[in-house]
Write a protein that binds this ligand. Structure first.
Ligand code: ADP
Ligand code: MG
Length: 243
């Protein structure tokens, strides 16, 4: 399988605080990788480096063979390859659901309104929000908002979907509906990198689990290995706290 994202010797510090230390890992086309670890271990920073919301201090981020940290790389063009879903939905509250899902397609991808709407509706149907195109975000539940956020990301036709704890801000009864959509995307063979605390979900959907602690990748492998028979003490301790 071809490698889509290849991270090499990535380092990131905020002042004296080293948040990522010599991080190496890759995501292949069609792979679902779940990134787990305690709060503060650097998971969000790693995702934010991948989409260049943070600038790494050292290392390489190779996307489809190109080092995107090269000066000549077009940041905006690169970002269109990544679909990002955050904990806090980040929908535009003054726009209805449909407009939320078309604005990026129009402004960034320069699609015409009809094409953007058609594509938005396709993905809103997939996430079960096709009936809500005229609703404003404030009229939606957290689970519904997050499903719109997923549709909005998908409507940009990204190569990789990045999720940063997409269910952490949700009421417990809404977690399932969002995980169901993500499971469906995984089953379709989408390339996904997911930060999550939902261990059952991670076990079911991932091809690979990456465990981070204090800015270092401690262990990675098949979920049956990392989650069931972890090799490292730090992984064992984390799982004992989580499961
Ligand atoms: P996680 O997502 O695993 O909980 P984060 O990547 O959010 O971890 O944070 C890792 C560490 O980096 C934490 O100690 C956090 O306080 C610190 N950190 C994150 N963002 C910043 C920032 N913009 N400035 C300073 N410190 C930061
Ligand atoms: Mg985080």
């Amino acid at each position: 399988m071809e490698t889509v994202i290849d991270i090499k010797h990535l380092n990131k510090a905020f002042g004296q605080h080293e948040v990522l230390r010599d991080v190496n890992f890759s995501v292949k086309k069609g792979e679902v990788v779940c990134l787990i670890g305690s709060s503060g271990s650097g998971k969000s920073t790693l995702l934010r480096c991948i989409n260049l919301l943070e600038t790494p201090n050292a290392g390489e981020i190779i996307f489809n063979g190109n080092n995107i940290l090269d000066d000549k790389h077009e940041v905006e063009a690169y970002r269109t390859h990544l679909g990002m879903v955050f904990q806090q939905f980040n929908l535009f509250n003054n726009m209805n659901v449909l407009a939320n899902c078309t604005v990026g397609q129009r402004k960034v991808l320069k699609r015409d309104q009809a094409t953007a709407e058609q594509n938005a509706k396709k993905y809103l149907d997939i996430v079960g929000m096709g009936q809500y195109i005229h609703a404003k975000p404030r009229q939606l539940s957290g689970g519904q908002k997050q499903r719109v956020a997923i549709a909005r990301a998908l409507a940009m036709d990204p190569e990789v979907m990045l999720f940063d704890e997409p269910t952490s801000a949700l009421d417990p009864e809404m977690v399932g509906e969002v995980l169901k959509v993500m499971r469906q995307l995984a089953d379709e063979g989408r390339t996904m990198l997911i930060v999550t605390h939902e261990m059952e979900f991670a076990k079911e959907v991932s091809d690979r689990i990456v465990f981070m602690d204090k800015g270092v990748i401690v262990e990675e492998g098949h979920p049956d290995d990392v989650l069931v028979k972890p090799k490292h003490e730090r992984t064992k301790a984390f799982l004992a706290r989580t499961l």
